[in-house]
Design a protein around this ligand. Structure first.
Ligand code: SF4
Ligand code: SF4
Length: 120
C-alpha cells in the first residue's frame, strides 16, 4: 500500500520520521500500550531484553524460531542462518535475567528451550 497525503502538513509530519531521535523511533512502547491480547507473550524482535548473560541475540533467535513455526519444516536456509549465530538457544542457561526487560512478557527461557528442540 502506498501512503498518501491530503495536505503539505501531513507530508511534513511523515517526513519528521527522518529527524526523529532513537527514542522516538523505538516502537516498543507503542506496541506495549496496545491491547494486552494483541502482543502479550509474543516477540516483536525489539531487542529490549538485551543483554543476555551469555551473549545470545534473543530477538534474532526468536525471529528464526518464528520463521520455522510458520512452516511445517525447518527450511535449510533458516537453519544455516540460525547455526551461523555466535550463540543460539543451545547456549541459554535459563537464568531468566532477561525476562523482566521484555515489555511484552515473553517467556524467553521457555522459548529458548523450545527453539533448541525446534532446531535439534
Ligand atoms: S534466560 Fe537465556 S536468553 Fe535470557 S539472559 Fe539467561 S541465558 Fe540469556
Ligand atoms: S523477547 Fe521481548 S524484549 Fe526481547 S526482542 Fe522479543 S519482544 Fe523484545
Amino acid at each position: 500500500m502506498l501512503a498518501g497525503y491530503k495536505s503539505v502538513q501531513e507530508a511534513m509530519e511523515a517526513l519528521a520520521y527522518e529527524d526523529a531521535t532513537p527514542d522516538q523511533l523505538d516502537y516498543a512502547s507503542v506496541l506495549a500500550g496496545a491491547p494486552a491480547h494483541a502482543y502479550y507473550g509474543k516477540c516483536t524482535y525489539c531487542g529490549h531484553c538485551q543483554p543476555c548473560v551469555v551473549g545470545i541475540d534473543i530477538a534474532t533467535v526468536n525471529k528464526f524460531a518464528d520463521l520455522v513455526l510458520a512452516q511445517s519444516e525447518v527450511p535449510q536456509s533458516v537453519r544455516e542462518h540460525y547455526l551461523a549465530l555466535d550463540k543460539n538457544a543451545v547456549d541459554c542457561i535459563h537464568c531468566e535475567s532477561c525476562e523482566p526487560n521484555c515489555p511484552f512478557g515473553v517467556r524467553i527461557s521457555e522459548r529458548m528451550a523450545q527453539t533448541e528442540e525446534l532446531f535439534a
